[in-house]
Ligand binder design. Structure first.
Ligand SMILES: NC(=O)C1=CN([C@@H]2O[C@H](COP(=O)(O)OP(=O)(O)OC[C@H]3O[C@@H](n4cnc5c(N)ncnc54)[C@H](O)[C@@H]3O)[C@@H](O)[C@H]2O)C=CC1
Ligand SMILES: CC(C)CCC[C@@H](C)[C@H]1CC[C@H]2C3=C(CC[C@]12C)[C@@]1(C)CCC(=O)C[C@@H]1CC3
Length: 365
């Protein structure tokens, strides 16, 4: 093990890692914990970290898989006592836990994303963790109107489109404000957008379910709006780059970074390609954006009023309609400059890999 100019333990070149990793223990600066590691992004991150010679622990409210070499800690991140054991002797923590965006449960979002993140920061400091990488979201600046090539200096949304976004804003502010080079506690926030890939529980399953119910016939608006969809491996790559560039002298300390595929695509072309890849027809008929948004708002209000009596979940929520009918794509120039980010998988290849990974969602399966 070597030491760099900051006195930090550094890893040997990556070709040595598998050899050393196979034979003995992993260096202390390669011990990390992934909070939310049972989830879609979390599990992909865990797999890549293992591949790169890290020793990985997972902290999550549920355990969704087993992997040799991964220690699981099950618990709620809002509870510091259960969280602390998962952070012992760890120098790096990834925080990618959140309630699902579709849950519309204000109390839950506030508890987990705001109070819980405060707890994560306190626990990291108490346990002597040196680096915290947060999975934020590019949506923290999205208010339901067009964003074209948005950079990180856009202001946070003043009117966030839902509780998920509102609490992701607070979460990001907390983590970035906690960055303290004097105390050697360094933080950074990664803002991905529209993550897709194998095992995604959201985008493709919701899309297929909507198609199977015969509701995927319409294009909201004129269909030319450009959006970022980011293949999960690129998001993982951005997280690992951020962790490895996080040093006291680095420009990335305390900053947010957009991580995208850097290939904005028409929202409806992307949806059509996924649908057709799985054997479903692409949507064809156009509906005016304002009409659909108004209807979605009405349905959402109705669901809210009727909640004590009946529970129903509309497919076309105002949030989904806004995401489907506006431009929202982001520049990842800052990540390219400060940490040499470049997507590792192109959009076309990402779509192919994703479609292939869902044989059970194919038409007729
Ligand atoms: N999926 C997407 O398109 C995008 C996701 N993100 C962010 O990426 C992160 C990961 O998202 P996904 O992997 O898609 O979601 P996911 O739902 O698959 O994973 C989230 C994980 O957090 C865990 N979790 C939730 N509450 C917890 C609690 N109280 N204590 C411990 N663990 C808890 C869940 O059990 C789950 O395993 C989230 O922070 C999300 O906000 C950001 C941008 C886009
Ligand atoms: C029914 C159809 C009109 C739309 C089906 C696809 C949608 C489920 C997805 C399209 C864009 C996605 C997206 C997210 C969730 C899934 C979609 C709405 C996020 C809200 C997930 C969390 C984030 O941080 C931002 C994402 C933006 C894009």
């Amino acid at each position: 093990q070597r030491e760099d100019e900051q006195g930090e333990k550094t890893a040997p070149p990556s070709h040595q890692l598998s050899f050393i990793g196979a034979r003995c223990c992993v260096q202390s600066n390669k011990r990390c914990t992934v909070i939310g590691g049972s989830g879609f992004l979390g599990r992909h991150l865990v797999e890549k970290l293992l591949e790169r010679g890290y020793s990985v622990s997972v902290f999550d409210i549920r355990q969704s898989y087993e992997l040799p070499g991964v220690t699981f800690y099950q618990g709620d991140l809002c509870d510091k006592r259960t969280l602390l054991p998962a952070l012992q002797d760890v120098s790096l923590v990834f925080h990618c836990a959140s309630p699902a965006p579709g849950s519309d449960n204000r109390e839950l979002f506030e508890r987990v994303n705001i109070l819980g993140t405060r707890t994560v920061i306190e626990a990291c400091v108490e346990a002597g963790v040196q680096k915290l990488v947060l999975t934020s979201s590019a949506s923290v600046v999205f208010e339901g109107t067009d964003i074209k090539n948005g950079r990180e200096d856009l202001p946070y949304a003043k009117k966030p489109i839902d509780y998920y976004t509102q609490t992701k804003i607070e979460q990001e502010k907390l983590v970035l404000a906690a960055c303290d080079t004097e105390k050697n506690f360094l933080t950074v926030a990664i803002r991905p957008h529209g993550i897709f890939g194998p095992r995604d529980p959201q985008l493709v399953p919701i899309l297929v379910d909507t198609a199977r119910r015969g509701k995927m016939k319409f294009i909201i608006g004129d269909g030319t709006n450009l959006v970022d969809f980011t293949f999960v491996e690129n998001v993982v790559h951005g997280h690992i780059l951020a962790a490895e560039h996080l040093r006291p002298s680095s420009p990335i300390c305390g900053k947010p970074y957009h991580i995208t595929n850097d290939e904005p695509v028409r929202f409806w072309d992307f949806m059509s390609e996924v649908l057709m890849g799985l054997g479903y027809a692409a949507p064809r008929y156009h509906l005016p954006y304002t009409l659909v948004y108004g209807l979605a708002l009405l349905l959402w209000l109705l669901a809210l009023v009727l909640r004590p009596l009946v529970s129903f979940k509309p497919t076309f929520t105002p949030m989904r309609v806004a995401l489907a009918g506006t431009h929202h794509y982001y520049s990842c120039e800052r990540a390219k400059q400060d940490m040499g980010y470049k997507p590792v998988i192109g959009l076309k290849e990402g779509i192919t890999l994703t479609v292939q990974s869902y044989p059970h969602l194919r038409r007729g399966a």
